[in-house]
Ligand binder design. Structure first.
Ligand code: 13P
Ligand code: SF4
Length: 367
């Protein structure tokens, strides 16, 4: 059946229970056959994650999206991930986000207007196109990736940030890193950049709140953005765990604060965390600083092997936007696709996609 784009909307009143949706997902998936592939980020809830044929962190998922031949790439993740799938896939393929409101609050902390203003303001002190490589975390809108493509910059993810910053410093003496200050600071520190050469660019202030001298002295300008989930983890949580389990292992995502990363034994992407815990010794204790769905799943998987996996915060820190992809939206969108209606397609305008692809291709070539 030929699929056509249609404005059909999800109807919450007819969404059905989780159990009903489970059966509907299986049935619709079967009808679609190899016309569709379901990609799932590690933060997806269990009822959705189990239907993903391909799972990974942002880097792995962007590679997989570029390699698949399926007509529909159904992305169980957040908006920027589906945009990347659209940019890197072939023209006949369609990236589908089961719930269009699944965004990323950190990605929303930078926008093109504010980044262009920063670039203009920086040009009052130095020539940014000669001295600064713009690096955007993949958690950002497509137009910011396009900005990086057009200004000799690049995209990074949590798993390749060191390689990307090395690439960036190989070209220009400074980096403007957005939107996550924590990933930028931790990565720069890992590369030996002193913390006093990392200056926070406050996008609400003229000149980022910095003096011309501070701008000239900085090697890394860190956009004042953060992840609201990962900022909940604190050094005191690690101290309490270590007091109870002196031989335990602390593993964190680099979106955590510098204090948390520095007090952790291991720091890495969601795929890195998953692989490290899957390889854990029986009897070992792990404290994990990342989103709750992934930590809960790892705790369940590892319990029979005698490995304890504990969430870092006493508070519930879920990514509420990732959680918007629920079995109801997945069932609905698979059924619509199987019936020939293209719903919730993510389309990046071609001119923007072209420049964004440049920055993404640079990243894929480096990593
Ligand atoms: P990963 O690329 O490590 O999966 O991280 C994505 C993310 O949004 C973490 O909050
Ligand atoms: Fe964005 Fe944080 Fe959610 Fe990751 S966990 S998708 S950075 S809001």
């Amino acid at each position: 059946m030929t699929a056509v784009a249609t404005p059909i909307r999800f109807d919450a009143a007819r969404a059905g229970s989780d159990a009903e949706c489970e059966a509907r997902i299986v049935a619709a998936r079967k009808r679609l056959g190899d016309r569709a592939v379901i990609l799932g980020h590690h933060y997806q809830r269990a009822e959705v994650y189990r239907h993903a044929e391909l799972t990974g962190d942002s880097l792995k998922l962007s590679r997989l999206a570029a390699q698949t031949e399926a007509e529909f790439i159904v992305f169980c993740g957040v908006h920027f991930m589906a945009e990347v799938a659209d940019i890197l896939s072939k023209p006949h393929q369609k990236a589908i986000l089961p719930d269009l409101s699944a965004g990323c609050s950190m990605a929303d902390m930078a926008n093109l207007r504010a980044v262009e203003r920063a670039w203009r303001e920086l040009s009052e002190v130095l020539d940014p196109d000669e001295t600064i490589t713009p690096v955007t975390y993949i958690n950002s809108a497509a137009d910011l990736k396009a900005f990086c493509g057009e200004h000799g910059g690049i995209v990074c993810t949590s798993s390749n940030a060191t390689l990307i910053l090395e690439w960036a410093f190989g070209r220009r003496e400074k980096v403007l890193f957005f939107p996550d200050q924590h990933l930028g600071r931790w990565t720069a520190h890992q590369m030996g950049v002193p913390l006093d050469q990392c200056a926070v660019w406050d996008f609400d202030e003229p000149m980022g709140g910095l003096t011309p001298e501070q701008i000239r002295a900085a090697r890394v300008l860190l956009w004042k953005g953060h992840c609201s989930v990962h900022q909940m983890f604190q050094g005191s949580h690690i101290e309490q765990f270590r007091a109870k389990h002196p031989g335990g292992v602390v593993i964190s995502h680099p979106e955590c604060s510098f204090e948390v990363c520095a007090a952790s034994d291991l720091v890495g992407s969601t795929e890195f965390i998953l692989n490290a815990i899957h390889a854990a010794e029986p009897g070992s204790h792990w404290l994990v600083g990342t989103e709750l769905n992934l930590v809960n799943r790892l705790a369940e998987e590892m319990r029979p092997r005698g490995v304890t996996v504990q969430f870092m915060s006493p508070m519930v820190c879920m990514c509420s936007t990732m959680a918007r992809i629920d079995p109801q939206h997945l069932a609905w969108c698979l059924e619509q696709l199987a019936d020939g209606h293209i719903v919730n397609q993510i389309v990046v305008p071609e001119a923007e996609a072209k420049s964004a692809r440049l920055a993404l291709d640079r990243m894929l070539a480096v990593s």
